[in-house]
Design a protein around this ligand. Structure first.
Ligand code: FAD
Length: 324
């Protein structure tokens, strides 16, 4: 049996951040991830300055692909706004691997299936034992399923459905574009260029609203890529988009129990206005690590429910929920 002080299940931004800080605090940390890193992660790869700061990453020192935007191009019907806003794009394929390596923990490729408690410890798949267990396995996290789901049922009204593709493409427009509510989509579409010839295009919307409208997110794909073509943004004929679902921040209360903790998408922490999940995942990883290392309480109180704030954020939240 392999024994560690802490086992982190999932090596995405929530898990790697938690592992990094637990290692800093001197714990022996094992990260189990079902995927071999670097692994693909469906994500537009938009990262905020706040998330970079929480990760103690200076964008100028980040050694892989990173692109900076000084404004966003926001489209709604015929209107376009270009608010000044410093933001970044990275490729998750590279970023998550970089963060996981930096964490300095032992990483094993292993798909976790069964977890049980044993005399104050946790036993994972009969092969790994630890005192502290961190569930960072995203939407399908086995720690959430085993110990938190019944007390923290996630709200279906806050479930997203996404459809996207990232591919090598010699883009010409270096702006980040977002189109809100096109053709009644209860969400938004994006065009996010990446440094050195990559691009991510996709759609994200509220799953339950799509169902109520009698469709799903895939129904919007054809019109979206036609628009990219018409606008001269992307001319491409080999699309094979894929989907993934995650949860926006709900009223989750119980996030730790008897030395087990849940962080990131496992909780459902993405923001209610922009569906941003990386920043909240990182913050929750930091807070869980601090709680373990200092025997403090772990709470989500310091993690914002919104990426922005004020009227615009509330309006987006209401529109995603179906307000006219
Ligand atoms: C299409 C799309 C676009 C998005 N765009 C953005 C964006 O631009 N900006 C942003 O901030 N957020 C975005 N998000 C949200 C963001 O990707 C997530 O919120 C973020 O990845 C959460 O990080 P995490 O570490 O909690 O989970 P993840 O990054 O999902 O990591 C979970 C890890 O757990 C592993 N795992 C799962 N089950 C098991 C198991 N049984 N055993 C072992 N390992 C397991 C997985 O392999 C994975 O590596 C987007 C999401 C989607 C789907």
């Amino acid at each position: 049996m392999r024994v560690a002080d802490a086992i982190v299940i999932g090596g995405g931004p929530a898990g790697s951040t938690c592992a990094w800080k637990l290692r800093d605090a001197g714990l022996d940390v094992l990260v189990l991830d079902r995927a071999a890193f670097p692994r693909s992660k469906l994500c537009a790869g938009w990262v905020t300055p706040e998330a970079m700061a929480d990760l103690e990453l200076d964008p100028n020192d980040y050694p892989l692909r990173i692109m900076m935007f000084d404004e966003l191009h926001l489209h709604w019907k015929a209107l376009t706004a270009r608010p000044k806003s410093r933001q970044y794009s990275i490729r998750r394929f590279e970023f998550d691997d970089f963060l996981l390596q930096r964490a300095g923990a032992t990483v094993l490729q292993h798909k976790v299936r069964e977890i049980r408690r044993d005399r104050g410890d946790y036993i994972v798949d009969g092969a790994f034992r630890c005192k502290y267990l961190v569930g960072a396995g995203g939407t399908a996290c086995p720690v959430y399923r085993a110990f938190f789901r019944e007390r923290n049922a996630r709200s279906r009204a806050l479930q997203t459905a996404t459809y996207e593709q990232e591919f090598a493409y010699d883009w010409k427009d270096p702006a980040c574009h977002l189109w809100f509510f096109d053709d009644g989509l209860p969400g938004y579409a994006w065009y996010v260029p990446k440094e050195n010839g990559y691009i991510n295009v996709g759609l994200g919307a509220m799953a339950e609203r799509l169902k109520q409208q009698g469709g799903n997110v895939r129904n919007y794909w054809g019109k979206f890529v036609d628009k990219l073509q018409r606008r001269g943004l992307v001319r491409y004929d080999q699309y094979h988009p894929t989907g993934y679902s995650y949860f926006l921040r709900g009223s989750v209360n119980v996030v730790s129990d008897r030395n087990a903790y849940i962080v990131g998408d496992s909780v459902g922490l993405a923001t209610r206005d922009m569906c941003e999940g990386i920043g909240p995942a990182v913050k929750s990883g930091l807070l869980a690590a601090r709680a373990i290392a200092t025997d403090a309480d772990y709470s989500l109180a310091g993690i914002n429910k919104y990426s922005g704030g004020g009227f615009a954020s509330k309006l987006l939240e209401r529109k995603f929920a179906g307000a006219r």
